[in-house]
Design a binder for this molecule. Sequence first.
Ligand code: FAD
Ligand code: NAD
Length: 467
Amino acid sequence: MKNFDVVIIGSGPGGYVSAIRCAQLGFNTALIEKYNTLGGTCLNVGCIPSKALLDSSHHYDDAQKHFEKHGIEAKDIKLNFKQMIDRKNEVVSQTTGGINYLMDKNKITVFNGFGSFKDATHITIAQADGATETIEATKTIIATGSKPSSLPFIKVDKKRVITSTEALNLTEVPKHLIIIGGGVIGLELGQVYLRLGAQVSVIEFMPSIIPTMDAMLAKELQRSLKKQGMKFYTGHKVTSVKNEGKEVIVIADDKKENLIEFKGDYVLVAVGRRPYTDKLGLENAGVKLTDRGQVETNAQLRTNIPNIYAIGDVVKGAMLAHKAEEEGVLVAEIMAGQKPHIDYNLIPGVIYTWPEVASVGQTEEQLKVNGIAYKVGAFPMRALGRARASMDIDGQVKILADATTDEILGVHMIGARAADMIAEAVTAMEFRASAEDVARMSHAHPTYTEAIKEAALAATGNRAIHV
Ligand code: FAD
Ligand code: NAD
C-alpha cells in the first residue's frame, strides 16, 4: 500500500496550494481529485471562467457604447457568442493545465478519482472505470470545497433553471435572465448577459443587494447597474419557480401582499453555496460536521480527529479562493511545526462587475453594532483626472478610521480597478497604518489610487484636495 505524509482530498485553490506548500516543506504529498482537470471550482467553473466572460463582455459593451465617444468608428459590431465561450474554455484549460505542471514540478502524486475515508488514516480512491485503490495517509487535509445551493421548492434542471456552472456554458444569450439572489454570482453573471443583450431581473430576498458588504457599496453598485439596464427587485421572496418548457415562470412575494410574476427563458439560482462532503466517508474517520454542514475545525483548522485538517469552502468563513489558499498554506506550515497566522478581518472581498467593488476590514454597519467610534473619509471617483480620462466616473473610496487613534478599520471602494486597488488597503491595514500614514504617501498621478489618498486625507480632518 502506498503511504504518504500528507494526502489532500480536492484540488481547488485550497487543495492544490496546500499540496505545493506541503511539498516545499518536505512532505511526501498526494492530491486526490474526482474530476479530470485540477483547480476545483475556482479554475473550472468559478473565478477564472467568470472573469474571462466578464472581460469579453466588457470589450463588447465598450465597443458598442463608448468607442464612438473615443473617436473610434467600428461599424457592424457583432457578437460571436460561441467564440466568446470557446475563448473562455481556452483560458480555463491553459490555467488548469498549469496546475498539472506545478504538481509535476513539486513531485506531488496526483490521483484521479473520488476519495473517501476508509478510516482516519486510510483513503480509498474510486476511479471512473470502477477500479479502486486504498492509500495510507499520516495526515489528511479535506479540501472538498462547495456546490451551489438552492431553495427547497426549486428543481434545478440545469437547462432552463440553472446554477453558475451552466450559466458559464450557455449556447445562446438569454432573452430574459431571471436571477434569484443579488449576491456576487448573480451580479457578476447578470452583468455578463446584460452586456450581451439579455434583459436581466435580479430578485433579492434582503432589502439590499450584496447585503453583507458596506451599505454604501450596495447603493452605489445598484445605482450603476440600474443605469446600465439591470432591473432589481430587492426585499422580494421567491415562492415558486415553474419550468414550462421554453418559458420559466417565477413568482415572488414583494412583502407588501403582492405576488409578482416574472416570465423568462432562463432562471439563474444564485442563493449561495453549500459545503461539499457528500460520500466522503467522514463517519468512517469520525470527523464531525457543524449544524451548517461545514467540517468542524478549531483555530488551527484541525478537525476533532487530530491527524485530519480541513480548509477552504468546506469549513467556516468566506467562500473565497484566496481565503482557501491562505488556509492551505497555514495548515501545511502548522504540520511542519511552524506558527503561522491568518487575520480573517483582512481577507478582502471583491466583486468583478464594472464598476468593480472591493472591501476589507469592518463595514460602517459593523462598527456601529460593535460600538466603535470612527471617522469617515470618502472621495468620489468623478473628481479624479484619471477617471475622467477613461470615462469611468462612477464610484467612490471610503475609509473608516478609529476616531481616537486614526488606525484604518475598514476600506470600501467601488470604481474602475477597485479589485486591484484594494491590495493597498490590505497592506496598510496589515501594518496597522493610520489614515494619516496613507494620506502622506505619494500616489502616482494620474491614477485611480489617488482616490485612496484623498479619502485618507478626508478622514484626517477634511483635508481632501480635489473636492
Ligand atoms: P473547490 O474549488 O470547490 O475545490 C474542491 C475540489 O474538491 C473540487 O475540484 C472537487 O471536485 C474536489 N472534490 C470534492 N470531493 C471530492 C472527493 N471526495 N474526492 C476527490 N475530489 C473531491 N472566489 C474568489 O476568491 N474570487 C472570485 O472571483 C470567485 N469567483 C467565483 C465565481 C463563481 C461562478 C463561483 C461558483 C465561485 C467563485 N469564487 C470566487 C469562489 C471560489 O471558487 C471558491 O471559494 C474556491 O474555489 C474554494 O476553493 P476550495 O479549494 O475550498 O474548493
Ligand atoms: P452570496 O451569498 O454572495 O449571495 C446570495 C444572495 O442570495 C444573498 O444576497 C442572499 O440574501 C440572497 N438570497 C438567499 N436566499 C434567497 C431567496 N430565497 N430569495 C432571494 N434571494 C435570496 O452567494 P452567491 O452569489 O451564490 O455566491 C456563492 C459564493 O461564491 C459566495 O460565498 C461568494 O463568496 C463566492 N463567489 C465569490 C466571487 C468573488 O469573489 N468575486 C464571485 C462569485 C462567487
